[in-house]
Design a protein around this ligand. Structure first.
Ligand SMILES: C[S@@+](CC[C@H](N)C(=O)[O-])C[C@H]1O[C@@H](n2cnc3c(N)ncnc32)[C@H](O)[C@@H]1O
Length: 533
């Protein structure tokens, strides 16, 4: 297949980032914006030998699930990927995405539940992290164009709260009037839906932002519930958005939100779920799967500002929340006091170190809830969880691939998955949140693996992923297939001893294909991810 060539094909399926897969004689072409069953004339944009990227030149058969995207910059801005699909097609895509990894990576013969949908799937984001570019009197605020650092200048984002859009427009206007935004990198705006309170963080290379007081006053006239304004100093040269140093220039540095009668302090750096309407459904599912009687000791690993811990507290004997970010733990501690709860502890610690310590002290929670970041639980945390033998584990995840990887480990070590519930926390995008209920099997029903304490102190060379796991990881993340031979070559390059048959050519003069540099980089990244190098 050649660049710019046109082919006609039908979309058979989707990649995990929502692109359609069209196969021509078994050769996959990844195409954005096409729906399963649709036939199209496709222009090849990039040919990669074993697969290609294409674009729809003309739709020849249109799906009944196709709708007109609401957003004017859909397709240019990288934020949403599924606005051309109706709700049913979006939910099918998300359920199948979770089902695929559950079957293929975790190898579990269980059917994933239908996705818990959102009734009004727009204006749901309570947090906007908006890049700013002020140059020669022009002010651009918006989102990065796909695969680039160019800002798509937009007036409003339809998945973002209207309050955030409104505040953003006021700031943008003032930046033009005062010509004062040259040092600004990002604006972070948080909006607590239930109380209406808003926080604005100016992320700047320079602490002094001229006319800041006038700008704050202007925002307040338009939005009186502006509660706090912070200047975050970020002089880093990488892509990390928030710097370490912050100056509260107005208010107390936090806002308060309420979920199901519980109040939560939120500061600029703390993690707080971005879709409060769906968060309530998510947490209710966690509660249902934890199935508490009031007698249980619960461990909530990766607890953020303690939201899940406080939800569980009413039905548990004792909840201990563990979180690595000190600001989030400070918020969590204030949240305990704010809600008059006396059966919750919070500890600022790495989840792995804390769990390992509990194993050493032979402490056994009855239920463990985990809600890790995208990379999932590390192996030390998983092994410590298994060693603690809780009766139930509730796993909350925003990345189905790492979730499936971790479920496989848990299910090979005494746990059984009872139910898998996806929740649509991110409508219009390819992301999906998932809650899984696991119970400890009867010890007679499985072969127990003995894990010594020494094993918890894993070194890099002891953690190993199989060839298939490496292939799956790269395919999940980049839609790229790599061969075992290429993986073997890269492992050898990094000094990981390799099996004979992959290392040696079959005869001296036979030629083996050499792993190309782009695939080598992906494999090396996967090896790093699995802590093999
Ligand atoms: C997906 S959030 C979940 C937070 C919370 N459960 C909620 O629903 O709001 C993951 C949290 O894990 C924290 N975290 C990341 N790495 C960690 C680690 N190694 N140990 C403990 N917490 C960690 C992050 O700071 C973040 O607050």
């Amino acid at each position: 297949m050649n660049k710019n060539e046109f082919v006609i094909g039908t979309c058979e399926n989707y990649t995990h980032d929502g692109q359609g897969v069209v196969k021509i004689d078994g050769y996959p072409i990844f195409v954005k914006g096409i729906i399963r069953g649709e036939k199209a004339k496709i222009q090849i944009m990039k040919d990669k030998k074993t697969y290609a990227y294409g674009r729809v030149a003309e739709l020849l058969e249109v799906s009944a699930h196709r709708i007109k995207p609401k957003c004017l910059v859909y397709g240019k801005c990288g934020g949403c990927q599924l606005q051309h699909m109706d709700r049913e097609a979006q939910q099918d895509f998300k359920r199948e995405k979770v089902q695929d990894v559950v079957t293929r990576i975790a190898k579990l013969p269980i059917r994933v539940n239908p996705v818990l949908d959102m009734e009004v799937p727009f204006a749901y984001r309570n947090k906007g992290q908006i890049p700013v570019d002020v140059k020669h009197g022009s002010v651009k605020t918006g989102f990065y164009r796909i695969h680039s650092n160019d800002i798509v200048d937009i007036e409003q984002c339809l998945i973002q709260s209207e309050v955030i859009n409104e505040i953003l427009q006021v700031i943008k206007k003032d930046l033009k009037v005062y010509k004062n935004g040259k040092d600004l990198r990002h604006l972070l705006i948080k909006h607590a839906f239930s109380t209406g309170e808003a926080m604005v963080v100016f992320i700047s290379r320079n602490r002094d932002i001229p006319h800041l007081d006038e700008m704050i006053a202007h925002i307040q006239t338009v939005y009186p519930k502006l509660k706090t304004v912070i200047v975050n100093l970020n002089q880093r040269t990488d892509n990390v958005i928030l710097g370490n140093c912050e100056y509260i220039v107005y208010g107390d540095g936090y806002i308060v939100d309420e979920l199901q009668g519980l109040k939560f302090y939120i500061s600029s750096k703390s993690f707080y779920q971005i879709n409060p309407v769906q968060t309530v459904k998510l947490y209710q599912q966690v509660l249902a799967y934890a199935d508490l009687t009031g007698q249980e000791k619960v461990l909530d690993l990766y607890c953020g500002v303690g939201t899940i811990s406080l939800f569980l507290a009413g039905q548990a004997k004792l909840v201990t929340g563990i979180e690595i970010v000190p600001e989030a733990i400070a918020d969590a501690l204030r949240n305990v006091a704010l809600n008059n709860i006396d059966n919750v502890n919070f500890v600022c610690s790495d989840a792995a170190s804390y769990a390992k310590e509990l194993v050493k002290k032979q402490q056994q929670p009855d239920v463990i809830v985990v809600d890790p970041p995208r990379k999932g639980c590390d192996e030390i945390t998983l092994k410590a969880m298994i060693k603690m033998e809780p009766q139930k584990i509730v796993y909350v995840s925003c990345d189905p691939a790492t979730l499936a990887r971790d479920l496989k480990v848990l299910c090979e070590n005494g746990y059984e998955v009872q139910a898998i519930q996806p929740v649509d926390m991110f409508p219009q995008t390819y992301h999906v949140e998932t809650v899984v209920s696991l119970v400890r099997k009867n010890p007679d029903a499985y072969v127990d693996v003995t894990i010594d304490m020494d094993e918890l102190d894993l070194t890099a060379s002891e953690t190993k992923a199989t060839y298939q796991e490496i292939k799956d990881y790269i395919f999940e993340k980049y839609n790229v297939k790599v061969s075992s031979l290429y993986i073997a070559q890269v492992k050898q390059k990094y000094g990981i001893i390799e099996r004979e048959n992959y290392n040696k050519t079959k005869s001296d003069d036979s030629k083996q294909p050499k792993c190309p540099v782009d695939k080598e980089n992906l494999i090396a990244e996967a090896l790093r991810y699995f802590k093999m190098i």
